[in-house]
Design a protein around this ligand. Sequence first.
Ligand SMILES: C[S@@+](CC[C@H](N)C(=O)[O-])C[C@H]1O[C@@H](n2cnc3c(N)ncnc32)[C@H](O)[C@@H]1O
Length: 199
Amino acid sequence: MYRLIGNQYRKPSGLLGRIIAKKMTRGNIPVYDKIIPGLGIKQNDRILEIGYGLGVGIDKIGSGYDCFVSGIDFSDLMYKLASKKNKKHIKNGKAELYHGDFLTAEMIPDQYDIIFCTNVIYFWINLDEPFSKIKTLLKDGGLFCIFMASGDYLKKKKFTKDGIFCKYSIGQVVDALKFAGFRDINYEFRKAYIIKCRK
Ligand SMILES: C[S@@+](CC[C@H](N)C(=O)[O-])C[C@H]1O[C@@H](n2cnc3c(N)ncnc32)[C@H](O)[C@@H]1O
């Protein structure tokens, strides 16, 4: 049962995925409200969100900033719902949504000013490859921002049992960022971590 629920957090699908994604997004709207203003978005920036879920972050950026925002998510359900939510931004040429696995998708290097992800790195069993890919996709000086619950918090949650979630400590994430060659790594903790660093 926990594995079933954990899998829906990793890749929402069907009716259960829809219910869990809506519940998760309600809880995460304040997360987007906090992290997006802190990204320092400038006019004409190119931004990528990995694992956009229902597309709340894409919509906030598309509505509030004069930039171009892309997203990639491998859930068919999230792609459909986020595309519907962001129809206006896509039509206006302010946003594009991809349906695919970030870990295997072929992408053009040195194209983004900012890359961010919220509640996604738990599903990466190894951080070295994704972080190294993110660094390749960023322009020089570009910002990478991660939002994540702490491993200790996740360990207390029933739905994280059964091996779907990787419960990273902040130390493990910072070490992996250093290993990938990011600089200016800093983080703040208020119930969860917001980690920022630069290429
Ligand atoms: C826990 S949800 C978080 C959704 C949203 N970012 C939020 O915080 O509300 C994780 C999302 O990341 C997506 N995801 C996980 N691993 C992915 C991968 N390797 N490539 C693309 N999308 C991925 C899932 O489909 C899901 O929509």
